[in-house]
Design a protein around this ligand. Structure first.
Ligand SMILES: Cc1cc2nc3c(=O)[nH]c(=O)nc-3n(C[C@H](O)[C@H](O)[C@H](O)COP(=O)(O)O)c2cc1C
Length: 199
């Protein structure tokens, strides 16, 4: 299963409707040039005062199996299950006190950069799945606390190629094949006043 397009109410670009969070990754390595491209897309994300508070750390199983395994071990067991074959994990951090003052919008900026990264991956035919489910303290310990204090660990991004959904266990397969859903637009987009649905 390589496509699970969003059933959108109006037409939007395939880049947005076509991206989805895969669970059935294959173990095919990701081309290093493609990793370069997804990071370059993130680099060009907008940010408040152009502070660029995001940081990405790539763990590529094919280049450093030991470091990859240390990161993999910090994932919640439920996430470990479907990441068993994933070739690359990218860890996302945000500088909460970048030079120039506290970055009130730092998390917002970093989310934008992460979205640029996953959309570029989709454009390259790669699949991604972002995760908050990992042990943040264990992650710091795994790297001997070398991650600066002011860096807040936010998320992990699994990135790889589409694999075989039938190899997933039943619960995961169900989630993998379930239709994509969202709240109605009227619940999140207002016009002129709070809770007055955009029409
Ligand atoms: C910051 C963030 C954290 C997430 N954490 C997890 C996670 O720990 N485990 C998981 O299976 N999915 C996780 N997801 C994936 C979401 O569940 C998924 O994006 C959402 O259900 C919408 O599905 P879609 O991305 O296929 O449209 C996370 C997504 C984001 C953006």
């Amino acid at each position: 299963m390589t496509a699970k397009p969003a059933p959108t109410d109006v037409d939007i670009h395939e880049l947005f409707s076509g991206r989805w969070s895969l669970r059935a990754f294959s173990n095919q390595p990701v081309d290093h040039a493609h990793l370069h491209a997804v990071l370059e897309a993130a680099r060009w994300a907008p940010s408040s005062n152009n502070l660029q508070p995001w940081r990405f750390v790539v763990f590529d199983r094919t280049r450093d199996e030991t470091a990859f395994q240390r990161v993999f071990d910090t994932l919640m067991p439920t996430n470990q299950k479907w990441n068993a074959h994933v070739p690359v994990l990218i860890y996302v951090a945000v500088a909460l006190t970048p030079k120039g003052g506290p970055g009130k919008t730092a998390s917002y900026d970093t989310g934008a950069a992460a979205m640029a990264l996953v959309l570029q991956a989709h454009a390259l035919g790669l699949a991604t799945h972002q995760m908050g489910g990992f042990a943040h303290d264990a992650f710091r310990r795994a790297f001997s606390f070398s991650i600066p204090e002011e860096m807040q660990l936010i998320a992990m991004i699994a990135i790889g190629h589409f694999g075989d959904a039938s190899a997933l266990d039943e619960a995961l397969r169900e989630r993998e094949t379930a239709p994509r859903t969202r709240k109605p637009l009227a619940e999140m987009a207002f016009e002129g006043a709070w809770n007055k649905a955009f029409d």
